[in-house]
Ligand binder design. Sequence first.
Ligand SMILES: [Ca+2]
Ligand SMILES: [Ca+2]
Length: 200
Amino acid sequence: MQHAQKGTEMERKQRNAAARGFTLVEMLVVVAIIAILAAILVPTVGGARKTALKRKAELECNAIKTAIESFFSDFKYMPWEEGSGRGQFVGDDKWAEDAESQKDIMAFLRGENKLGKAYLEVSSRDSKSEASAEDDEGVFYDPWKHPYRIGIDRNLDQQIEYKGKKYKARVLVFSLGPDGEESDGSSGKDDDIRTFDLEK
Ligand SMILES: [Ca+2]
Ligand SMILES: [Ca+2]
C-alpha cells in the first residue's frame, strides 16, 4: 500500500516537472556535469584496468616460469622435444615465439609427460585468442591476446641469451605488453613484461 502511495507521489512530481519544463540552461548544466564526470572517471577506470591486466600478465609469466622449473626438477631436461634418439631433450637453447612452438612446451606442462603430471593449467579463457580457433587449444595467451614468449635453457648451462645479452636463468618468459609489439630496447616505449625484470 505504502509502495503504491510512493509511486503516486513520484508520478505527481514527474507531472509537475514535466509541466514546468526544463529550461535550456538547466539542460546544458546537466550535460556539462555529465561530461565533467565522464572526463574524470573514464581515464581512472581505464588506468585501473590497464594496471590489473599488467599484474595478471606478471603473475602468468611467473606461473609459466615456475611450471617449467618444476618440470625440470622432475625430469632433468627442459620441456622441448626435437630430433630423435638419445639426448633429444638437450640441445641449443630455444625460444617459443609463436603459438605453434609454445604449444609443444605447453603439452609437456599440461600433463603429456612420462609422469602424467600437470604443471600448469591453461584455462580455456586464456587459451583462446580473439580469432578463436581449435588450433589455439592449450596455447597460453597474455591479456592482450598474444602468446607468451618463452626462452628455455635447453643446453643446461643456466644461461639464456636474449637480445645479445646473457641472463642467468633456466627460463625466461615475457609478454609483448599492451602494444602487442616486442620492445626494441629504446626506453620510454618499453611496455614488455619479462620475468627477469620482475626479479630485479
Ligand atoms: Ca643456455
Ligand atoms: Ca611491447
